[in-house]
Design a binder for this molecule. Structure first.
Ligand SMILES: Nc1ncnc2c1ncn2[C@@H]1O[C@H](COP(=O)(O)OP(=O)(O)OP(=O)(O)O)[C@@H](O)[C@H]1O
Ligand SMILES: [Mg+2]
Length: 319
């Protein structure tokens, strides 16, 4: 295992560096057979909540004695949980598998502290091998409030075997796919890599809009408001509505550059409730900018955002 530097940054107010440091430390100690057993448990979790030992033995094609030894080590590393029914991957174990894949690809040079607290994800500073700063987001869907799961209802509705493992991976895949569709036309982080429930994406060295004072920053609030509406319009034209847009999911740097983050719950513009989601997104932006004396009408903005498409459809229809 290649050595990955772990650095603590100013932004590590959440103590995430220690968690990731421990993970990397354990990962460094793993033997290929440990990871083989771990990946086998991951695979068998499609069929079991707790994977029985004899199933692991059968699938991994190793002696029972060896498997038990590997399981003991994985338990010590906190990569698995154990019950009387068998073993299952822990979030730490899932993180380790994704991290291992990124490291094997030679993508990550160093990992820093946790950036912000996401309710459904852990976001870390990282340094890429090519010297660029980026962020690593682990989706931890289902870790906390279960009702938030409704956010993703549309694309998990027809999947029968739903576990946190599965939904976390699906959420990451969905976010990565949307970022790929939108970048670089819409101001979103650059999608770099995805594995399991983890995404590596471009970093913006800024703060959530909620936490900045635009006047102090020297940013023209009216211009920023319309720039954000333009991004909503561009993503609409590409077929997406954010669905959870607010001052918490817009990051702005000290030069006033911004990106819209947190896209996994985005809905397609052909969704039956598209109008509701788009109006809610626009409404959140309008509400936030009221404190900067900007008063715009949500319905008119909705017309503006959606109109171009209609015109184009008309154009196509009439040649
Ligand atoms: N590309 C990025 N560049 C810089 N910081 C980021 C980036 N992506 C996320 N962050 C930081 O991590 C925090 C959480 O990210 P994000 O909103 O994507 O995750 P989440 O878990 O879905 O959050 P929540 O459920 O709380 O909305 C952000 O508020 C921000 O502080
Ligand atoms: Mg967020």
């Amino acid at each position: 295992m290649k050595f990955i530097l772990c650095y603590v940054t100013k932004t590590d107010s959440h103590g995430g560096a220690n968690i990731i440091k421990k993970l990397l430390e354990y990962l460094k100690q793993t033997h290929p057979d440990d990871l083989k057993v771990l990946r086998t448990i991951e695979l068998l979790m499609r069929y079991h909540e707790w994977v029985p030992v004899d199933e692991i033995v059968r699938k991994v094609k190793m002696d029972e004695k060896d498997v038990l030894y590997r399981l003991k080590r994985l338990n010590k590393f906190e990569f698995v949980n154990r019950s009387r029914y068998g073993y299952r991957l822990s979030f730490g174990g899932y993180d380790a598998l994704a991290m291992n894949a990124f490291i094997k690809k030679g993508l990550i040079k160093a990992i820093g502290g946790k950036l912000g607290v996401g309710k459904e994800g852990d976001v870390y500073n990282i340094l890429l091998e090519d010297g660029r700063e980026a962020v690593l987001k682990f989706h931890k869907h289902g870790r906390t409030c279960f009702t938030r799961g409704k956010r993703y209802r549309d694309y998990i509705v027809d999947k029968r075997h739903i576990s946190w493992l599965y939904t976390s991976r699906l959420t990451a895949e969905r976010e990565f796919e949307i970022l790929n569709e939108l970048f670089p036309i819409v101001k979103v982080p650059e999608p770099i890599e995805q594995n399991r429930h983890a995404i590596i994406m471009g970093k913006i060295c800024g703060d959530e809009l909620k936490r900045v004072d635009l006047e102090e920053l020297g940013v023209d609030a009216n211009k920023l408001f319309w720039d954000i509406i333009e991004e909503i319009k561009k993503s609409y034209e590409l077929g997406y509505i954010h669905g959870d847009l607010s001052e918490f999911n817009i990051l702005i740097d000290e030069n006033g550059n911004f990106v819209i983050i947190d896209w996994p719950q985005a809905v397609n513009t052909c969704h039956p409730d598209a109008e509701f989601y788009l109006k809610r997104d626009i409404g959140n932006v309008v509400r936030y900018f009221k404190k900067y004396k900007i008063k715009e009408d949500v319905d008119k903005l909705y017309e503006y955002v959606t109109n171009k498409n209609k015109n184009e459809e008309d154009k196509n229809e009439w040649g």
